[in-house]
Design a protein. Structure first.
Lengths: 179, 209
């Protein structure tokens, strides 16, 4: 029985095509183009551009979700202090989804009020919210989001995660100031 | 296998939705993916469906490939996850099914008579596949990718997302289990039902499932 790897290697014969390639081709042709990158996957490039943004301010507002942790209610929890964000400058808000266990499909939604805008590839985006589905590993899952303050005021950025039937939501209080 | 420059060009075209470019990328990996699927299919006839489902996931996720590993490593990571998900979803059902290899052998004499030696080799392969399918999924995946397909420890560590030490442990434990299963099957030879089921317990130390 010491020859087990050799015996397994004997299984490595190529299977006859038997219509496999044609069937796959049909499915691929029907499927359309590959899925576009989710919003947050474009952020690493944005981070590389970060030093080029003169006067840009990094904001580290961290939210922690007890994903799958029993909570009495999934109500918004106000962050004690507002994070200050100079108007007309881009800031990075870091959202941390902290999960107790691995989650295969978490539906994430980030929403901005009027007065704040998402920022990507050097441009302000028109969308007021982004949502996507991703796996979460046990522990911290940091998602950096570039945000720009358009006019002074206090704003709430809402982040929610839907896992199965459980929904958790939290808010980051951002204060846009002159500057 | 395409040269690196060709690979980049094919990838760019495939990421843009060029199906022919994707097929060219896949060409050299198709037999490996189909064999890999065979180890996770409940019946032989399902293996190609399983392989195609996994390859569709690779295609749909193509824009997520960021050159952080070799394309082949990324491809096998996606297909492995697809097969493991499929194995998990079946694990609770515990339905026994006839292994169509037996049907194939039953048909074989009328289609193409097999010499005794060839028949014996085919039976040995059928026995190996049957036993392999009884090994818990994480160990099975490591055995197929390392022993059957010749991937390295480092490649497996990337594909499985675990340290090399865990890869070695999975291989060791997988081989022990497979030897045991082959021994049991040998003892029961002649009375084998030829059925294949997802193993009842595939939970591993440290796994979260």
């Amino acid at each position: 029985m010491n020859d087990l790897p050799d015996r397994l290697r004997s299984l490595s014969e190529d299977p006859p095509d038997g219509g496999f390639a044609a069937a796959l081709h049909r499915r691929l042709a029907e499927a359309g183009a590959p899925r576009p990158l989710p919003f947050w996957r474009r952020l690493p490039e944005m981070r590389l551009l970060w030093p080029a943004l003169a006067g840009a301010t990094a904001v580290a507002a961290v939210l922690v979700f007890g994903v799958l942790r029993a909570r009495p209610a999934a109500r918004p929890r106000e962050v004690a202090a507002a994070t200050q964000l100079p108007a007309t400058k881009v800031a990075m808000v870091r959202v941390n989804l902290s999960a107790e266990v691995e989650v295969a499909d978490a539906h994430i939604r980030v929403e901005l009020p009027e007065g704040l805008a998402f920022w990507s590839d050097g441009e302000e985006l028109n969308q007021r919210h982004f949502e996507w589905t991703q796996a979460l590993r046990a522990g911290d899952n940091e998602i950096p989001i570039a945000v720009r303050g358009l006019k002074p005021g206090r704003y709430r950025m809402t982040v929610s995660a839907l896992i199965g039937s459980e929904r958790v939501e939290d808010e980051v209080l951002l204060q846009v100031v002159d500057g | 296998m395409p040269r690196e420059a060709d690979l980049d060009a094919l990838l760019t075209r495939a990421q843009g939705g060029d199906v022919r470019a994707f097929e060219a990328l896949l060409q050299s990996y198709l037999p490996k993916v189909r064999r890999f699927a065979r180890a996770f299919a409940l019946v032989e006839a399902d293996a190609d469906d399983l392989a195609q489902d996994a390859l569709m996931k690779v295609y749909k996720s193509l824009k997520l490939f960021r050159y952080q590993s070799a394309f082949s490593t990324w491809l096998f990571a996606i297909t492995r996850n697809s097969f493991l998900d499929s194995a998990k979803s079946r694990a609770g059902r515990q339905r026994g099914v006839e292994d169509s290899l037996n049907e194939r052998h039953a048909r074989a004499p009328s289609e193409a008579p097999l010499a005794d030696e060839e028949l014996s080799r085919e039976q040995e392969k059928a026995r190996l596949w049957r036993a392999l399918r009884q090994v818990p999924a994480e160990f099975r995946s490591a055995l197929v990718l390392f022993d059957l397909e010749g991937h390295t420890y480092d490649e497996l560590a990337v594909i499985e997302g675990v340290p090399v030490g865990t890869v070695k442990s999975r291989l060791f434990r997988g081989r022990v289990l497979l030897r045991k299963l082959l021994g049991e099957e040998q003892e029961a030879s002649g009375t084998s039902s030829g059925t294949s089921q997802e193993p009842r317990s595939s939970k591993l130390p440290g796994s979260t499932s």
